[in-house]
Design a protein around this ligand. Structure first.
Ligand SMILES: C[S@@+](CC[C@H](N)C(=O)[O-])C[C@H]1O[C@@H](n2cnc3c(N)ncnc32)[C@H](O)[C@@H]1O
Length: 372
C-alpha cells in the first residue's frame, strides 16, 4: 500500500500544468476565510501579547498562495500591535509544512522578495520574522511541545494519509475513484473510518504543539449532509474523472482493472463528523464551523473566452491530483486523460453550474483542567 507521504505532491515548477499557475480556487478560499483567520489571531493577541509567536501553515504547497497566507497573518499581527501602541511586535517564528516532495526550494527562493515587501508595508524595523520549512505529514508530530500560538491550514486536510486499507487493490468500488451514488456501504464505511483515524491523530498531534489558548483555523473540502452520496459537490468532479479514466480504458489505452482498483486518498467530511472528532479528542473548543461554496473554476472572471470552462476546471484539478494518477497509470497518458476529462466537464457544466462545498473550522486549545 502506498502512503500519501511517499509520492504525493502538487505539480511543480511554473509551467502550464503547475500548481503555482493553477491554484486560483485555493487562493479564493484563502481570501473568503481571511476574516475567520483574522478573528482567531486577534483573539490570541487579546489574551496576551507573546514575546515570541509560533505560527504554522500546514500543507502550504508552493506558488503564490504560500506567501500570501504568511503576509496576511503577519500584517494582521503588525496592524494590531500598531493599534495597541506596542513599542515592539512579537518575534515571529513561521513554520511552513508540507510533504517531503513539496517544492520547498521554490518557497525559499521567493523569501527575499517577501521580506522586502514586508518592510515596505510594515516599516524598516520589521522583524524578527524567522521562516522555517518543516517537511513531514501533519498526521503526526511536527513541532516541539507547546510551541505554537496559531495554526493555519487551507485546502489540505481533505487528503487522507492513505487510501482506506480495505479498498486498496480491490475492485469493491469498481469504475469509480471515490464515494459516489452507487458505491456500496462498505466503501462509505471504509472512507469514514480512515477519516476518523487521520483527523483524530491530526488533532492529538496539534494539541501537544499548541499552547493553551492558542488557535487553529482549518479550511478544507467537505459536504453538507450526513449521507455522503447525496451532495454532488463533494464527489462529482472525481466521478467525472473516473468516467474519463473508464473511457480511455475502453479504448484500450489503460487496463480497466487498474481503474477498478484505484481509489483516491480523499475525504470530504460533513460538519457533524468534524464536531464529533473534536469532541472525542477533547483538547479543543469549537469556536466556528461554517459551510461555503466555491465554483469549480473558482468563479474566474479573468479567463479569456477562448478557454472553455471544462478546460479551466480540468487544469485546476490536474495540478493537484496528477501525481497520484501518474503512479497508477503512468505519465504518458496524462495529456490524453485530461483532454478527455475537459470534454466530459464541458458537457457536464453546460447543464449545471457545479460548486465545491468547503468547511472552515476555528478552534481554541483548552487550558488544561479548565475545560475551556
Ligand atoms: C491543494 S494544496 C493546498 C496548498 C495551500 N495550502 C493553498 O491553499 O494553496 C494541498 C497541499 O496539502 C499537502 N498535504 C496533503 N496531505 C498532507 C499531509 N499529510 N501532511 C502535510 N501536507 C499534506 C499537499 O502536499 C499539498 O501541497
Amino acid at each position: 500500500m502506498e502512503l500519501l507521504t511517499q509520492s504525493f505532491h502538487m505539480n511543480k515548477a511554473v509551467d502550464e500544468t503547475s500548481y503555482a499557475k493553477n491554484s486560483s480556487i485555493q487562493s479564493k478560499i484563502i481570501s473568503v476565510t481571511k476574516s475567520v483567520t483574522e478573528e482567531a489571531i486577534l483573539e490570541v493577541l487579546c489574551k496576551n501579547f507573546p514575546e515570541s509567536m509560533g505560527i504554522a501553515d500546514l500543507g502550504c504547497s508552493s506558488g503564490p498562495n504560500v506567501l500570501s497566507v504568511i503576509s496576511n497573518i503577519t500584517n494582521i499581527i503588525y496592524a494590531k500591535c500598531c493599534r495597541s501602541g506596542l513599542p515592539k511586535p512579537p518575534e515571529l517564528r513561521i513554520f511552513l509544512n508540507d510533504l517531503y516532495n513539496n517544492d520547498f526550494n521554490d518557497i525559499f527562493a521567493s523569501l527575499p522578495d517577501f521580506y522586502d515587501e514586508m518592510k515596505e508595508v510594515n516599516g524598516n524595523s520589521f522583524g524578527p520574522c524567522l521562516i522555517f520549512g518543516v517537511p513531514g505529514s501533519f498526521y503526526g508530530r511536527l513541532f516541539p511541545s507547546n510551541s505554537l500560538h496559531f495554526v493555519h491550514s487551507s485546502s489540505s486536510l481533505h487528503w487522507l494519509s492513505q487510501v482506506p486499507p480495505e479498498l486498496d487493490g480491490t475492485a469493491i468500488n469498481k469504475g469509480h475513484i471515490y464515494i459516489c451514488e452507487s458505491s456500496p456501504q462498505s466503501v462509505l464505511d471504509s472512507y469514514y473510518r480512515q477519516f476518523q483515524k487521520d483527523f483524530s491523530l491530526f488533532l492529538k498531534s496539534r494539541s501537544e504543539e499548541i499552547v493553551p489558548g492558542g488557535r487553529m483555523v482549518l479550511t478544507f473540502m467537505g459536504r453538507r449532509f450526513m449521507d455522503p452520496t447525496i451532495e454532488e459537490g463533494c464527489y462529482n468532479h472525481l466521478d467525472l474523472l473516473a468516467q474519463a479514466l473508464m473511457s480511455i480504458a475502453a479504448e484500450g489505452l489503460i487496463p480497466e482493472e487498474k481503474v477498478d482498483i484505484f481509489n483516491t486518498q480523499y475525504y470530504a467530511p460533513c460538519p457533524e463528523e468534524i464536531k464529533l472528532e473534536i469532541k472525542k479528542e477533547g483538547s479543543f473548543v469549537l469556536n466556528r464551523l461554517e459551510v461555503f461554496e466555491i465554483d469549480w473554476d473558482g468563479g474566474a472572471v479573468e479567463a479569456p473566452n477562448t478557454v472553455s470552462i471544462g478546460r479551466r476546471v480540468a487544469k485546476l484539478v490536474r495540478a493537484v491530483i496528477e501525481s497520484t494518477l501518474e503512479s497508477q497509470f503512468g505519465s504518458d497518458i496524462m495529456d490524453y486523460l485530461f483532454h478527455r476529462y475537459e470534454k466530459i466537464l464541458d458537457n457536464h457544466l453546460s447543464k449545471t453550474r457545479s460548486k465545491y462545498i468547503n468547511l472552515v473550522v476555528s478552534v481554541t486549545k483548552k487550558s488544561q483542567g479548565l475545560g475551556n
